[in-house]
Design a protein around this ligand. Structure first.
Ligand SMILES: NC(=O)c1ccc[n+]([C@@H]2O[C@H](COP(=O)([O-])OP(=O)(O)OC[C@H]3O[C@@H](n4cnc5c(N)ncnc54)[C@H](O)[C@@H]3O)[C@@H](O)[C@H]2O)c1
Length: 305
């Protein structure tokens, strides 16, 4: 695929951060339709106000990805509204820090993180992947994992677990598509280190791992997605951890990660988003109230549809 020109693109977590940049890129390439999902109604409406002026149809749906029923209802509306999705970007994610695992709340922290980061991309893919497989042209699934899915790291145990699972799922689906002959559907798993979007505010850079610019991550992820690359790992130093896993005893790997690469204390001063961009996530919110006229919409009641 050379660009998303003429394609229908759906981006979860499209109101801010990487999601908004992915939307800008899809618009710049002349997508037929850009569909943004987000739980943050205010931020989504701001983004729509900025992006929906041009020739590309940009629509927003207020949906809590922690709520499977809301995912299913919103997906049904999207299929009614735009017909099919060619490019699915599973981008939304949350992090709860900076406590040790046993200090986290089992529901507000642990369950919410797994629901939004791990299960939601699977449920969203369940809704759209069959259509992408039966589509005549090239289609793409881009899943945002994290370097934390390769490297264990104190004070983000559940986040690491959630992304570890995404990597295993995403890359297995890539193989399944290939094995089943659906080679026009390519899956790209993106695994960046900390990015300067606000999500990980307070996290420290490590000497060999500078904090990344969102524009750089989106550029690399986008190019990887168009090319159908299985993985985009940023920076490449992250792969050192994978190599070390295979060749050195775990104590040596821990020493290198802690004292040479310097990763194991990076979350100590984490504060996260001051604007709490994922407020409402966690499985009980459902889809939110409709936005201003012309703004983001909620899932329609299927009984009324
Ligand atoms: N920022 C980083 O350092 C970093 C590093 C590696 C991977 N990632 C991953 O990249 C992706 C994007 O991160 P980002 O930095 O742009 O984050 P961000 O916080 O800037 O944006 C995330 C978006 O997801 C939305 N969202 C959160 N919970 C939601 C829910 N329950 N339902 C619907 N929408 C919800 C938020 O409202 C927000 O618009 C995430 O999956 C994240 O885990 C981020």
């Amino acid at each position: 695929m050379r660009s998303v020109q003429g394609k229908n693109v759906l981006i979860t977590g499209g109101a801010m951060g990487l999601g908004r940049l992915f939307a800008e890129r899809a618009i710049a390439e002349g997508a037929a339709a850009v569909v943004l999902w987000d739980v943050n109604e205010l931020a989504l409406n701001d983004t729509l106000a900025d992006l929906a002026d041009g020739p590309v149809a940009v629509t927003g749906y207020i949906v809590d990805l922690g709520d499977r029923a809301a995912i299913d209802a919103t997906a049904a509306d999207v299929l009614d509204d735009v017909g099919h999705i060619d490019v699915l970007i599973n981008n939304a994610g949350i992090v709860r820090g900076n406590n040790y695992f046993w200090e986290c709340d089992p529901v507000r922290d642990t369950q919410a993180t797994i629901d939004v980061n791990t299960l939601a991309p699977m449920f969203v893919a369940h809704a759209f992947l069959p259509g992408m497989i039966s589509a005549p042209g090239e289609t793409r699934l881009l899943n945002l994992a994290s370097a934390a899915g390769f490297t264990p790291n104190p004070r983000m145990a559940v986040y690491a677990a959630s992304k570890w699972a995404v990597i295993g799922w995403s890359d297995s689906v890539r193989l399944e598509l290939k094995q089943s002959g659906a080679e026009h559907v390519k899956v790209t798993t993106v695994c960046p280190y900390y990015i300067n979007t606000g999500m990980f505010d307070g996290a420290k850079s490590a000497p060999l791992l500078p904090i990344l610019d969102p524009e750089e991550v989106v550029e690399e992820a986008w190019e990887g997605m168009l090319a159908g690359s299985p993985f985009v790992v940023l920076p490449k130093t992250v792969m050192l951890s994978e190599v070390l896993k295979g060749v050195v005893p775990i104590g040596v790997r821990d020493f290198i990660a802690d004292h040479v690469i310097g990763v194991y204390h990076t979350m100590e001063d984490f504060v996260g988003r001051s604007d709490k961009g994922d407020a409402g996530a966690g499985g009980s919110g459902g889809s939110g109230k409709s936005g201003a006229k012309g703004g983001a919409r909620s899932a329609r009641s299927r009984k009324d549809a």
